[in-house]
Structures are given as C-alpha cells and as structure tokens.
Design a binder for this molecule. Structure first.
Ligand code: GAL
Length: 329
C-alpha cells in the first residue's frame, strides 16, 4: 500500500470509529413528551415499573386504551438494553373475556410490578385489582416462566382481609420481597413481607404513616438506607410528593419532605410516583419514574423520568430537566 492509500485508509478508519462512537450516545429522555417504541408508537405502560434481568430491562405497565380507567387489554411489557430505546414485547398479562374473572375486560388493573424469584425461577407480578368504583380494593398475583409473557393469573385477595389499592413490590438484596400498599381507606401504607416464593403474604408486616393518606409508593435502596417516595391521594390530579427513609424495610420510616425542587415541585411537575430504577447503585445512579396522567384521555398520559440526586444526611432531590441522557446521571 502506498503512503497515500495508507493515509486514506487511516482517515476512513477514524471516521468509522467516530461514527460508531456517535451511535453509542444514549438517546435523550424527554419527560412529558411522547415516547415512541420500536414501532413508533407511544409507549403504553402506565403506573409501571422496570425490572432488570440478565442484561435486559423490562418495563411493565398498564395498557390504557381509552379515556376511562378500565383495563381493556392488560399489562404491557417492553424491553430495552439501554433504558431509552424500547421494544414492544406485547401483552404480558391479558384481561379475560369472562365476567366472573377478577381480571375481566373492563376491570380496574393498576400499578403492575414484577420481580424475579431466584429460588423458583419464576417471574412474579403483583397488581392492584379493583371494581369500577374502587370498592373491591384487592391485590392480584400472576406468575410466568418468561419476563415477556404468558403470565398466568392466580387470584386476587385482600391481605389478611385488609384493603389494598396503590402498590409496589420491592425485592431486597437478601432475596426477601415486600408488597407495599395503601390500606385502611388509603389512610395507611402497609409494608408486607412476602413468602419465599413471593406468591403470598406472610404474617409479618408494618403499618407506616397512619392517617397520612399516602399512595403511589416507589421504593429503592442506596447503600444501607431504604427510600420510599409517595404521593398524596388526589386521584389522577398531581399533588406534592414526599419521601421517607429507613434503616430496614420493617423498621422506623422517617418522613423527609418533598424530594422535588424548583418550579412546579409542589405538584411533582404534574406527575405521580410509580417506581425508581436502580441503574448503578455503586455510582449513585437512580431514575425516578412518574406518571403524568391525562385524566380526560388516559392513553395520552405521559412519563416523567428524572435522576435522583443524593446529598448529605441521606437527603435526596429531584429536579426537572426538559431533556437529559443517561450520561448525565
Ligand atoms: C390515583 C392512583 C392511580 C389511580 C387513580 C384513579 O390515586 O394513584 O393509580 O388509581 O387514583 O383515580
């Protein structure tokens, strides 16, 4: 190869490397905007949560398909390697065309969350199951061998007879999992230890914030501290978030105030908490997920994803960003 050819091939190689480099830049996250999936359609996974399993993120959430709260399709699943580009994996748990089923088409099926049980090798989904006027106040359980589908619905129940509405799941580092739900007419949050297979409640639970009417719980752990973000109870309308910290899931929870700062922080930037994604705990990388409900057109609800920022004395803040990327975490 003569020297001219060598220079030319080096330039081409450098250009190629630069191009590849550019392609690995994470896509921006734009809270409150439409978020297209791999088919160019707005992601339909509301009140959801993200589970990481074997190198892939799975986003589960409520399929909203009209202006009402009714579940007409079920729980959707999307997968991603990078948390920004999501592939529609279809319906993970489908509603049933059977009037006597708890998940009959048109029921209330909200806030589905999935955790993997390493002992049984099953993916376990818990969700809020209700009647159209929210008087049933129950929780439902489903299991699957695969994260993307074929969830089999087991049953709905009230934990030891107690009401259960807005909820989340939290799986701790020791493999224990907890069902956290608004109980007693939404006045009190219950943190309930699940059985080893994650399919039932045990007798161990803790009632927190009695009389404070908190809902939409989202839990994460950073170093040795547990954090819980909640909303107040105002239906689809936004209100002020609050967070609390504890040394253990069943320990004392201390309310720390509103984590949101800046304009519109007293209304959670128009959103309501649903989950916090632990991206890289060693490096304090966590993403707070909120739903920006459009109560007159629920399918057109949006997502608000913002970084959690950590400060001294275990305090956190969440500030609005029009656009950011995972590189900014
Ligand atoms: C909210 C709750 C949502 C949904 C809504 C219905 O308080 O967080 O998940 O249940 O009420 O009005």
């Amino acid at each position: 190869m003569n020297s001219m050819n060598k220079i030319l091939s080096t330039v081409i190689l450098l250009g190629f490397i630069l191009l590849c480099g550019c392609n690995t830049q994470p896509s921006p996250i734009r809270s409150g905007e439409l978020w297209p999936d791999n088919n160019g359609e707005h992601i339909n996974a509301h009140g959801g949560g993200v589970m990481y399993h074997d190198g892939t993120y799975y986003w589960f959430g409520e399929n909203k398909c009209d202006t009402t709260s009714s579940a007409m399709v079920g729980v959707m699943c999307y997968s991603s390697q990078n948390l920004t580009d999501w592939k529609n994996e279809g319906v993970a748990l489908a509603v049933e065309d059977n009037d006597s089923s708890d998940i009959t088409r048109g029921c209330i099926l909200e806030r589905p969350k999935v955790v993997y049980n390493a002992k049984t090798g099953k993916f376990v989904m818990w969700m809020h199951i209700d009647s159209y006027n929210y008087s049933k106040a129950a929780t439902g359980v489903a299991v699957s061998d695969s994260p993307t589908g074929g969830f089999k619905y087991l049953h709905s129940l009230r934990p030891y007879g107690e009401e259960s509405r807005d909820m989340t799941l939290f799986k701790d580092g020791d493999g224990k999992a907890y069902h956290v739900y608004s109980a007693k007419g939404n006045s009190t949050l219950y943190i309930h230890l699940l059985s080893d297979d994650y399919l039932e409640h045990t007798e161990t639970y803790k009632a927190v914030f009695p009389g404070k009417f908190r809902e939409a719980p989202a839990i994460f752990k950073r170093q040795d501290k547990y954090y819980m973000i909640t909303s107040g109870c105002s239906g689809w309308d936004p209100n002020e978030a609050e967070y609390a910290i504890a040394d253990s899931m069943l320990g004392e929870w201390t309310a720390m105030g509103n984590p949101c700062v800046g304009e519109n922080a007293d209304r959670t930037f128009g959103g309501q908490s649903t989950h916090v994604i632990t991206v890289d705990p060693e490096n304090d990388k966590y993403i707070a997920m909120f739903d920006k409900w459009n109560k007159l057109d629920l399918i057109n609800s949006r997502y608000i994803w913002l970084p959690v920022q950590f400060h001294s004395a275990d305090s956190i803040t969440i500030e609005w960003k029009d656009e950011w990327s995972l590189n900014d975490l």
